[in-house]
Design a protein around this ligand. Structure first.
Ligand code: ARG
Length: 447
């Protein structure tokens, strides 16, 4: 049994994970100290000594020479203690007009701001891979599904472009989250503000914030930006998991629409025919953990009284895990999409029966004057008949068509998968012309 001091120390410590914030912590301290000197709260020469000390500590950390100590609890106190060792008592001036409460709020905001930018870039890279795939399959017609039943033919590119839209919204959401992350909390102190003439604008400028917090109690207790980032990440993972699911289905021997590159699948040692889509499956699985992290932070923040509470230290591990999981998932997907081979033969085979043209036949009758509901009824009966005879629509003869409606003429045989796709030439539709426009739009979005 460890003694209780040690036990409690380890329980309270955040250094095993918040050491990851060392760069943000030092950057924040340097801006803070620069401001203290500028405002004559401390002497210029002291500020210089402190800044030099902080910079050399950063080097030590980056060269792996820094000794992180659990008994010093967190990244803030680890760095400050080392600063004392290096420059002596003047180190004690760094924490003037500051508290760990506004300090950690700052570090975390700097971290999330950076990650928002990185995540957006990773999403863009995935979009680029998707656009290339769509471009390469511009002319491929495939079944479009509802209820996972063949519904209407679509261009494969149209399907892929749907994901471009999802990921575009994800980038927008992150950009929007940036709005509320980009707020400087320094100057709030422990909770009530500080009794020194601090210059918020100067620090905001130094640290690249466009806004300054309006209420010190809110500033030290607000983690909305963490919740928002994790919510945006959860939605992006949801999109990835939908894409993953389709890759898994499409690469199965039942579908056989695509093949995923060797590097992104694993073989089975005893079943040589198998190529398992493990990467896609894991992304689908990891989505659960990212959702869990979101639930975690929401639950941690629930019912917390103002202002800072130690519960909030629990904001970090879930956030870091989400950041890492999302980043690696996006990276691996961008790589995987580039290896996808489309098997057009298997796709055509899947469309051997032409019942997907039923809507097109109904629309044909509508164009000949029949109200849509009636046309729908006619084609439903026609379809039942065709299936019972084991025939496709295109295999029915004139007499058979006429039994169901006198409006059917010879031009009914002009209805094909291609004509159905071409006919959907409305904004956002699957006609080659619209998909061409959508590709242009997509290329603009990823610039
Ligand atoms: N390690 C703490 C956290 O991550 C830093 C802030 C501590 N503040 C305090 N008053 N104990 O939340």
């Amino acid at each position: 049994m460890k003694d209780s001091n040690k036990l409690v120390q380890e329980y309270l410590a955040s250094i095993p994970f918040d050491r990851r914030l060392y760069r943000q912590d030092i950057e924040g301290s340097i801006a803070h100290v620069g401001m203290l000197a500028k405002q004559a709260i401390i002497a210029e020469s002291d500020a210089e000594t402190i800044i030099e000390g902080l910079e050399s500590i950063q080097k030590e950390i980056e060269q792996g020479e820094f000794q992180f100590k659990t008994e010093l609890e967190d990244i803030h106190m680890n760095i400050e203690a080392r600063l004392f060792e290096k420059i002596g008592d003047v180190a004690g001036k760094l924490h003037t007009a500051r508290s760990r409460n506004d300090q950690i709020a700052l570090d975390l905001r700097l971290f999330v701001k950076e990650e928002i930018g990185r995540t957006i870039n990773k999403i863009r890279a995935l979009q680029t891979a998707l656009v290339e795939l769509a471009e390469g399959n511009k002319a491929v017609i495939m079944p479009g599904y509802t209820h996972l039943q063949q519904a209407q033919p679509v261009l494969m590119a149209h399907h892929q472009l749907a994901y471009i839209e999802m990921f575009q919204r994800d980038k927008d959401r992150l950009q929007d989250c940036m709005e509320r992350t980009d707020v400087l909390p320094l100057g709030s102190g422990a909770l009530a503000g500080v009794p020194y003439p601090v210059d918020h604008e100067f620090m905001a400028d130094e640290l690249g914030f466009s806004k300054v917090s309006a209420n010190s109690m809110d500033a030290v207790s607000d983690r909305d930006f963490v919740v928002e980032y994790e919510a945006a990440a959860a939605i992006t993972m949801m999109h990835l998991s939908r894409l993953a699911e389709e890759l898994i289905l499409w690469s199965s021997s039942e579908f056989g629409f695509i093949e995923i590159g060797e590097a992104f699948t694993t073989g089975s040692s005893i079943m040589p025919q198998k190529k398992n889509p493990d990467v896609a499956e894991l992304a689908r699985g990891k989505t659960g953990r990212v959702y869990g992290n979101l639930m975690g932070i929401l639950t941690t923040m629930k019912s917390l009284p103002l202002a800072y509470n130690r519960d909030m230290q629990e904001d970090k591990e879930g956030l870091f895990d989400t950041v890492d999981t999302l980043r690696s998932s996006l990276e691996v997907f961008a790589g995987m999409m580039k290896t996808i081979k489309v098997n057009t033969e298997r796709i055509s085979e899947a469309m051997k029966t032409d019942y997907m043209l039923a809507t097109e036949l109904a629309d044909y009758l509508v164009k000949k004057g029949l109200p849509f509901r009636q046309a729908h009824g006619v084609v439903a009966r026609l379809g039942e008949y065709a299936i019972s005879k084991g025939k496709n629509f295109r295999e029915l003869d004139r007499k058979e068509y006429r039994k169901f409606s006198p409006l059917f003429g010879d031009d009914v045989y002009k209805i094909t998968l291609e004509s159905s796709v071409n006919a959907r030439n409305v904004a956002g539709g699957t006609s080659p012309q619209q998909v061409g426009k959508a590709l242009t739009r997509a290329r603009r979005l990823i610039k």
